[in-house]
Design a protein around this ligand. Structure first.
Ligand SMILES: NC(=O)c1ccc[n+]([C@@H]2O[C@H](COP(=O)([O-])OP(=O)(O)OC[C@H]3O[C@@H](n4cnc5c(N)ncnc54)[C@H](OP(=O)(O)O)[C@@H]3O)[C@@H](O)[C@H]2O)c1
Length: 295
């Protein structure tokens, strides 16, 4: 099965590439960004025509949640309009589009894990632009799967876990919001899930996230304690819980972002990793990396 991967330098895409050795039935082509900008219709059509993939896995996205509030046109171009055009190009060539979306398409007013069919009500521009992409795929005649996920982290890229480690080295005290809840998700676990979903030809919407949930405060505490225990940080900073309104940001965040993975579990017979185990694995990798760099 031939997979064309967009956004190949991103956090999730890098981990997708790293798990492919476990799926020998997949062949994957990752054009460099200058050869495949998803806003460039000519490049999209040309690569699909030449490579003739079975699947287009779209990991390209505009992901700057706060900047999107002032760069609305760019966010909608990348996450909305271009995704619709990708889906149309896929349809014309008989390619299935597998797309990534986000918990930000919901408003966070739920009290229990959010299912695929819950009402959509994005709060900010990023969420609205991602919902626009979802709707354009739905409206296309393409064969499609859209996987919504949340709170991604990895041993590479910009993410909360790495930010906490950096702040843990720089500061004695870190203030973290304790009234937003979600499921931290390791991009490597999500990449394995994507491979299973592609192999199973799953369609429509799927929610995927780390097992169980926590607040950002709990995630920060857990990350720092574990990192301290394995010597990734030398001193443990004080982590102080604060409320969302004490840490104003340009874009609003959903208060409750836990996605129900029941459909995923039923269709694949697999469980996502518990978020704590996933954090442990990422810290272990970072520890090994730092040792390699030292010697
Ligand atoms: N990160 C999260 O916590 C999170 C949570 C829920 C859902 N998601 C979704 O999961 C997916 C993957 O996220 P991620 O964290 O891996 O994102 P990421 O690290 O920001 O990767 C996205 C990649 O897409 C590239 N890109 C942007 N515009 C492009 C264009 N026009 N053509 C081609 N490539 C383009 C970016 O390059 P530049 O950086 O050079 O622009 C970047 O390498 C996205 O759909 C995101 O919305 C992420």
């Amino acid at each position: 099965m031939k997979i064309l991967l967009t956004g190949g330098e991103g956090m999730l895409a890098q981990d997708f590439l790293s798990v492919l050795d476990q799926f020998p039935e997949f062949e994957c082509y990752v054009p460099p960004r200058k050869e495949l900008d998803i806003t460039n219709q000519e490049q999209v059509e040309g690569i699909i025509k030449n490579y003739r993939p079975d699947i287009l896995l779209n990991c390209a996205a505009y992901t700057k949640v706060d900047k999107a509030e002032t760069e609305s046109a760019r966010a909608f171009l990348v996450n909305g309009i271009s995704v619709g055009k990708l889906a149309e190009a896929c349809h014309r060539s008989g390619v299935k589009i597998v797309h990534l979306s986000t918990d930000f398409v919901f408003d966070g007013s739920n009290k229990c894990p959010v299912t695929e069919s819950n009402p959509k009500a994005p709060l900010g521009i990023y969420g609205k632009s991602k919902r626009d992409g979802e709707e354009r795929i739905e409206a296309s005649a393409a064969d499609w799967l859209t996987v919504r996920t949340s709170w991604l982290f990895a041993s590479h890229g910009n993410n909360f876990v790495r930010t906490m480690l950096r702040l843990g080295r720089e500061r004695d005290e870190i203030k973290v919001v304790s009234d937003q809840f979600g499921s931290p998700t390791w991009t490597r676990d999500l990449a394995l899930a994507l491979c299973k979903l592609i192999r199973g030809d799953v369609k429509n919407y799927i929610h995927f996230g780390g097992l169980n949930s926590c607040s950002w405060f709990e995630l920060a505490n857990y990350t720092l304690k574990q990192a301290h225990q394995i010597g990734l940080i030398q001193t443990l900073p004080v982590v102080t819980p604060i409320q969302t309104n004490q840490y104003p940001l340009p874009a609003p965040r959903p208060a409750y972002s836990v996605l129900s993975t029941q459909r995923y579990q039923e269709l694949t017979g697999s469980l996502p990793m518990k978020w704590e185990e996933a954090v442990d694995s990422v810290l272990q990798r970072l520890q090994e990396k730092s040792q390699d760099e030292r010697y």
